[in-house]
Design a protein. Sequence first.
Length: 346
Amino acid sequence: MSRITFEEGVELYKNADLFDLQQKAVALRNTKNPASEVTYVIDTNPNYTNACEADCLFCAFYRKPDDDEVYVKTLEEVRQFMLDAKKLNATTVLLQGGLHPDLPLSYYTDIIKMTTEEFPEIVPHFFSAPEIQNIAEVCGMTDKEVLQEFYNAGQRSLPGGGAEILSQKVRNRISPKKQKVAKWLSIHEDAHEVGMRSTATMMYGHREEAEDVIEHLEVIRQIQDRTGGFTAFVPWSYKKDNTLLGKKVTRQTTAKDYYRMLAMSRIYLDNFNHIQASWFSEGKDVGIQSLSYGADDFGGTLFEENVHAETGHINKTSVEGVKQMIREGGFEPIQRDTFYERVVKA
Ligand code: SF4
């Protein structure tokens, strides 16, 4: 199948029969990944601070820097996160925070060094693109200099958070003070250039239209053509409870919207090997069904998660639970690492 254009993408996303999309997506998935297998990772998502001044309308997680509920974890407390993760056999820790107004560069590099030196079994998947921009601004550095310092400290993987919808029109509506589209993209391209891999994400189901969704897929497809640095694409639906944006958004996304998004991602992102479905963000039943819409990965165990939890969206499972859901979907579960390589047990 030849690459589809932006216009064709919009038409498919708006009007294609879901069954037809599914057939195309599954056929493409099976050219890139073993048809009978679905991968998963053992991971956890702690946070080092909830301080932030970006005021994103969809966010229930942050607190203003002078709020009584603000926290900043010490190096010792972050070490404890890693010890807990190690006990649970996690191979990936996704550490993120709000955009703290004055932590020094050493705060971040000390965390990376401590993790890589004391926990070689854990891959640090730390600090999303908006955090990189914020750290650069606070420390008077360029984004690429910050990424290079993080690389030198041992970091090799950057999470794809903060993408939401990569259409400036939508971002102006939902997070006007947050990072611009061009900056999110340039930071990921910089990360790939210094030698890191990264993921690309999308949060849909709020103020976007079909054209915005396809614009998002188009701009990350262009970067992937240039760098090949994205490991996977991870879409999820917006959770509106406890958020200011939730008062304005009347639509409610459905399971079929999610299946359509996964299938569309697989078809449009012809240069991505991995499309991730999620038991966590969409619920277990929808997660299991979604594996039949072109995804080849089921995300992680997410032992700790606080961002969605602040919207009241809480989902828990275990390694066995994840494996069981993959089996219920009709696939063999295969453990992978942060870089989508199989974990070979000694
Ligand atoms: S989404 Fe991130 S940048 Fe936006 S307010 Fe929440 S913590 Fe801050």
